[in-house]
Design a binder for this molecule. Structure first.
Ligand code: ATP
Length: 746
């Protein structure tokens, strides 16, 4: 601990290129530090502010970071600072920081900014000694701040850093890309045109690759996996084949750093020329440019950055001279730490691999998710649409069950195309299990699912029903009549329960003795061993957007909103949308609602308005409590608020099920569909018939779990998994959104 009399002081800065999500991260560092009793300073304009000092280093209070969660960019500014690259610049930075008593820094930036941070940390003791010798600071000051402690967060839309699944800003950039690609696809489809879309990513192809998968693109060029020589002909053959199979639009996504196998850049203009030379097509180029950097942070970039910001504060306050400075990243929705130097070195090693044409090494180094995505995209793009299924091909049925989840169509799209690619015949079962009973089955061609990637809703239809025992016979008959060899069930808890039933009844109905794979799709996100089911991210973004609008609507009054989200007895949607929208209070079934809680909430709410707040947001999960309904809460707060504030209640309702799937949901859906087809293939090859569901695994990305285990994982009474990862975010939400007035006299 520092030998200062006062509380520890933390500096926070954003540096390098800006990224949506930096604001929520700054906000989280500031508020969690204040809640822990520390003092926080913004270092404005990145390292430039540290070098300049003066007004660029300012203390921040709780309200200074109010109203910034939804804003793109970084409100504390960022810059590239040449001076900081020199020791002299860092000496000035050290002087300015230590004079403010700051010896703990949360640095949000790319690998350059973090390298700079580590250099400053290493030189710190020496720099301070120099400053003492020069009489610029006294010895007491140097002694009180012997070491500089660093926590690094990666702000970069490129997702180019080792040590995290996602960097801050990437998901928002994908939102921008997908919006643009969807818009371009619809105009391209109208004119049967080919469009070339250039996206950011000089060293890293993440945005191009995932944009291509989520946008249903025909071809993509990324730095880590350059195409073989003769790509011009290969690309044009694929475009031509797709056209003949019924594709009306062809979008080609080019990363700005794309190159061929000998390292020569492949530009959008080169791609355009190839289309002209080989197909006589006049393709249009759209360079998305800085649009990708801007705009409001997505729900993910808000809750993830809040989690990281809170963790950075915890690390900084616990750090001492022996702590290894880390980059805080996200792995499977939890915080992971990688020694800063290691993360930077490994990140740079990938760039060197690409430069040395070790492309396999570069793709592998990006991680298992990335390599899988490359393979999946290639299979989707290579799908041979006109070839009839091979003799060995199987007949695979696809069915939905449970509530509607945006991304269900994407999953069907990917499963159909990947299934056909693997030589199978793909059959859709319409209208959920009731349709299954009645034998509503149709066969899909490659072209039949064209455009489904981006489509909200569920073209196959879905029903919330689990088949009744007397309906099983009808299902068995449909399986036999349609000669189904395997089944993909994509849906929510009802879908899983239906498979569970088939699993239990497989002795009685031999037709059920086929491979069956259940894939999670539910906006409630209440499925076992899967963190974000298909649809959950879209619903979350819809809820957050609505809450943002409510906040704006209330700007001119003093108002409390009580907003009800979907989710039934699972508080996921309420908790995460509340966290991402800055709700002061979230009510969930997991926690329940009691009179004493409400009493305390009224006290806090009243204090907040008395202290000058103009808005208070409470989010209540649909079935948080049987008697304390949304309406009841609103009336209670209204009665207690008197003249101080008014109260409105709002039920978000089915808008949360609507909308086109977000990029994230499309990627999850595609990944899951790929894993489903892979699993069916495995079972076909092994000659086994297992009933399984997709679960997350650390090393392989996913694994399949037997329905034998299902009953143990679910709390059937509450209709949610026994283990829910997001409950850990309750504490984060409290730290960043709920200012405690416990000590304030009322
Ligand atoms: P982006 O990913 O957006 O490029 P970045 O953090 O990598 O972000 P850089 O321009 O590399 O962006 O770095 C931002 C700032 O960090 C630089 O202007 C400089 O002040 C500091 N910095 C970068 N590299 C170093 C270094 N090797 N030594 C000292 N400071 C550095």
């Amino acid at each position: 601990m520092p030998e200062t009399a006062g509380p520890p002081r933390i500096g926070v800065l954003t540096s390098g290129g800006d990224a949506p999500g930096m604001n929520p991260a700054v906000r989280a560092v500031v508020r969690s530090a204040l809640q822990a009793g520390a003092e926080v300073f913004a270092i404005r304009e990145g390292w430039q502010g540290a070098v300049e000092g003066g007004d660029d280093i300012v203390a921040l209070d709780w309200d200074d970071v109010s109203g910034i969660m939804h804003r793109g960019g970084t409100v504390i500014g960022t810059a590239r600072c040449q001076e900081f690259r020199d020791r002299g610049g860092r000496r000035r930075a050290a002087l300015n920081l230590v004079r403010h008593g700051i010896d703990r820094l949360a640095v949000i930036g790319g690998d350059g900014s973090l390298t700079g941070a580590d250099l400053l940390r290493q030189e710190w003791p020496e720099l301070l000694a120099e400053l003492v010798a020069a009489g610029e600071i006294d010895e007491d000051m140097a002694r009180a701040h012997r070491n500089l402690m660093i926590a690094g967060l990666v702000g970069s839309i490129d997702n180019d850093m080792v040590g995290t699944d996602m960097t801050i800003g990437t998901d928002s950039a994908l939102h921008r890309i997908i919006d643009a690609v969807d818009a371009i696809s619809s105009t391209a489809a109208s004119h049967q045109r080919t469009f070339i879309v250039e996206v950011m990513g000089r060293e890293c192809g993440y945005l191009a690759l995932t944009g291509a998968v989520a946008g249903g693109a025909a071809y993509t060029f990324i730095p880590e996996a350059p195409p073989a020589d003769g790509w011009q002909q290969h690309m044009c053959e694929l475009i031509q084949r797709g056209r003949e199979a019924g594709r009306r639009d062809s979008v080609i996504i080019v990363a700005e750093g794309a190159r061929d196998r000998s390292g020569r850049p492949i530009t959008s203009a080169d791609v355009r020329q190839a289309l002209k030379d080989n197909l006589g097509q006049d393709a249009r180029i759209t360079i998305l440019g800085h649009v990708q950097r801007g705009g409001t942070p997505s729900a993910y970039d808000r809750w993830m950055s809040s989690l990281l910001g809170v963790s950075a504060t915890e690390d900084l306050l616990a750090a001492d001279s022996t702590s290894v400075p880390s980059v805080l990243g996200i792995h499977r929705n939890a915080v992971i730490r990688t020694p800063l130097i290691e993360a930077v070195q490994q990140t740079r090693a990938i760039a060197s691999m690409v430069a040395a044409h070790d492309f396999e090494g570069a793709v592998a180094a990006r991680g298992v998710g990335f390599s899988r995505m490359v393979a999946t995209f290639n299979a989707l793009a290579e799908a041979e649409p006109r070839v009839s299924p091979a003799e060995a091909g199987k007949r695979i049925g696809i069915i939905h069950a449970g509530g509607l989840a945006p991304g269900m169509n994407t999953a069907v799209w990917a499963a159909v195309r990947l299934g056909i690619d693997a030589g199978h015949r793909m059959l859709g079962i319409q209208g959920g299990f009731p349709g299954f009973v009645k034998g509503h089955v149709l066969e899909f061609d490659w072209g039949d699912v064209e455009g489904w990637t981006a489509l909200g809703g569920a073209e196959l239809g879905t029903r919330r029903t689990v088949p009744a025992p007397e309906e099983l016979y009808g299902i068995a008959r449909t399986i036999e009549d349609s000669r189904l060899d395997g089944l993909l069930v994509i849906g929510g808890l009802n879908a899983y329960e239906a498979v569970q039933l088939m699993y239990e009844e497989r002795r009685r109905y031999s037709a059920f003795d086929i491979p069956i794979v259940a894939l999670p799709a539910s906006i409630d996100n209440n499925l076992p061993d899967w963190k974000m089911a298909i649809g959950a991210d879209t619903a979350l973004n819809v809820a957050v957007e609505s809450l943002d609008r409510l906040k704006q609507s209330a700007a001119a009054s003093r108002r409390c909103f009580v907003v009800e989200t979907m989710g039934r007895t699972c508080g996921f949607l309420a908790m995460l949308s509340g966290l991402a929208a800055g709700a002061e209070r979230v009510y969930t079934h997991e926690e329940g609602i009691t009179v004493s809680m409400l009493e305390e909430d009224v006290r806090q709410m009243t204090a907040a308005f008395e202290q000058g707040r103009r808005f208070y947001l409470a989010v209540r999960s649909e079935e948080a409590a049987q008697y304390y309904t949304t309406d009841f809460l609103a009336r209670l707060f209204e009665a207690e608020g008197g003249d101080l504030f008014d109260v409105r209640a709002l039920i978000l309702g089915h808008v949360q099920q609507g909308g086109n799937p977000t990029a994230f949901d499309r990627l999850v859906a595609t990944r899951l569909a790929a894993s489903g087809i892979e699993e069916l293939d495995r079972q076909f090859a092994a000659g086994v018939s297992e009933h399984v569901f997709a679960a997350e695994s650390d090393d392989e990305g996913y694994l399949m779990k037997s329905f034998k285990e299902f009953n143990d994982l679910i709390d059937f009474e509450a209709r949610r998994p026994k283990d829910q990862w997001w409950l850990a975010l309750r504490e984060v939400a409290r730290k960043v959104n709920t200012r405690s007035f416990a000590d304030q006299p009322l």
